[in-house]
Design a protein around this ligand. Structure first.
Ligand code: BG6
Length: 491
């Protein structure tokens, strides 16, 4: 898959995401030979910079964070196409200069008027940038070329604001030119959920309420705020990752098979699942929220959320959230989906565990099977990418003792190919114009519809419950599972 010549215009070049992910991913694409000839990168920011200043920032970001080894010739090729336009989002002159610069690049590098505008800026700046792109005509693709806009979450704060944000973007760009990034969909292991389910015949027959007891989707992080207090406070764990990453995982696990991997088919199936999601009537007993208190992590003492720099002492933002959902359709009726996420938990791990019902009858004595758990298929999203199947096996010996064992698939052992970083895949898809891995606005709004009632309920509940940093979350999360006679998987 190769992209045609184009320019990527990056707004928010000095931000954390650009330095940690976007700029290194662009270099990695170059290193893998996947950048189109003439590819040019234009940075736009409120800095009094020249091209070489932006090139230096990119160089440092690549050196620090690229996945692939640094090669001088790859860097040189990339650096030749690096430009910088200084300016404020409200400055008409700066955007006129951007339009001029792009015209010139088309002439010198043969990029043919194909531009992707990547808005790696807080959503409050979206309207200003989009308006400028419309005013300068940059949003309108002349015959034979394309214009695309890439937006990063958060896509709003709730259903209403997500809708407003979309209206603003739609004023300048048609839906088919809007690429909403959910970087989880760029992860190999997440895409592999579809391969696992639909390229095989082994799992699908049991992937339903007749065999599945429940599903646990976990995204645990060991890091705290990582300098993002300004973004995180007032947002919290549920808006930050359940509304997007975890509900997307739920949709991929729960959906019917799409007729093809075209965006329209895939999105339609995901939307059907999200539409069928039902919340429990009793939100108090079926959700949990917490905030980390001081504790120990990786042998280091860390402060609690309220002591973090930039967090108001009376903040009620949660850093841990767990919720129980159901999917009201023929395949899943009655099967709970438990979603949990948190910062400053025991370790970094994201997984989807499909836990199966117990065997209807065991021809062994109770003593022989005392520690036998339920069969489970665990998709290990990260960091130890792979799939594990847990099942009971006879313990070698003269007795009929049965114990849980696991069968493992590990990417590193089965494949020579290294996984590209999620952003590499997604940036390439933007340049190619391939949208299946980008959520549609309807998915965004359906996800907010699920979350809004929970957020409204939590807003009446005061402070989230404390959990020590380095632990696995607040007691209420365990109690929520215990009420259903279940436990969270130990990670
Ligand atoms: C982001 C969240 O979307 O995902 C962050 O805003 C979180 O809070 C990050 O740390 C985690 O991404 P990953 O790829 O490291 O799991």
């Amino acid at each position: 898959r190769v992209a045609g010549p184009c320019v990527m215009v990056l707004f928010g070049v000095t931000g954390d995401l650009a330095k940690r992910k976007l700029l290194p991913a662009i270099y990695d694409l170059g290193n893998r030979g996947l950048l189109p000839p003439g590819f040019s990168l234009v940075g736009f920011a409120r800095r009094d910079w020249k091209d070489q200043d932006f090139a230096r920032l990119t160089h440092d970001a690549v050196k620090a964070n690229a996945r692939t080894p640094f090669r001088e010739e790859v860097w040189k090729q990339l650096a030749e196409g690096i430009h910088f336009v200084p300016g404020e989002f409200s400055d008409d002159g700066a955007f006129d200069a951007l339009a001029m610069a792009l015209k010139e690049i088309d002439q010198t590098r043969g990029t043919g008027g194909n531009y992707a505008f990547y808005l790696s800026v807080p959503p409050k700046f979206f309207p200003a940038v989009v308006k400028q792109l419309k005013r300068t005509g940059l949003a309108d693709a002349p015959e034979g070329s394309w214009r695309r806009v890439v937006i990063e979450k958060p896509f709003g704060h709730d259903l209403k604001s997500a809708h407003e944000l979309n209206e603003i973007t739609n004023e300048a760009f048609p839906e088919s030119s809007i690429f909403r990034i959910d970087h989880y969909l760029g992860k190999e292991t997440v895409q592999n959920i579809m391969a696992l389910r639909f390229a095989n015949n082994l799992y699908e027959p049991i992937w339903n309420r007749s065999y599945v007891d429940h599903v646990q989707i976990t995204m645990a992080e060991d890091i705290g705020l990582a300098g993002r207090a300004g973004y995180y406070d007032g947002i919290g764990a549920a808006r930050d990752v359940i509304q997007n990453h975890l509900l997307q995982l739920l949709a991929l696990v729960g959906m019917e098979d799409p007729t093809s991997f075209e965006a329209s088919s895939l999105r339609r199936e995901k939307e059907k699942v999200l539409k069928a999601v039902r919340l429990p009537a009793d939100l108090k007993n079926n959700t949990a929220r917490g905030k980390y208190a001081a504790g120990w992590q990786g042998g280091e003492k860390v402060v609690g959320y309220l002591e973090e720099e930039g967090i108001p002492a009376d903040s009620t933002t949660e850093t841990y959230a767990a919720i129980k959902l159901e999917i009201a359709n023929r395949r899943w009726a009655g099967v709970p989906f438990y979603l949990r996420t948190g910062k400053r938990l025991g370790r970094r791990v994201t997984e989807v565990a499909v836990v199966f019902q117990r065997a209807p009858h065991l021809p062994f004595s109770k003593d022989d099977t005392e520690i036998l758990g339920q069969n489970a298929l665990v998709i290990r999203v990260q960091p130890d990418e792979g799939i594990t199947v847990r099942f009971g096996s006879k313990v070698p010996g003269t007795a009929m003792e049965v114990r849980d064992v696991s069968m493992d698939f590990a990417y590193g052992e089965s494949f020579m190919e290294s996984s590209p970083e999620a952003y590499e895949r997604l940036l390439l898809d933007v340049m190619i114009g391939d949208p299946p891995l980008f959520p549609h606005q309807r998915e965004v709004e359906l996800s907010w519809k699920i979350l809004d009632p929970i957020e409204e309920f939590w807003a009446t509940q005061g402070q989230p419950e404390d959990y020590p940093a380095g632990s696995w979350g607040p007691p209420s999360a365990d109690e929520m599972m215990a009420r259903d006679g279940r436990v969270w998987r130990r990670l």
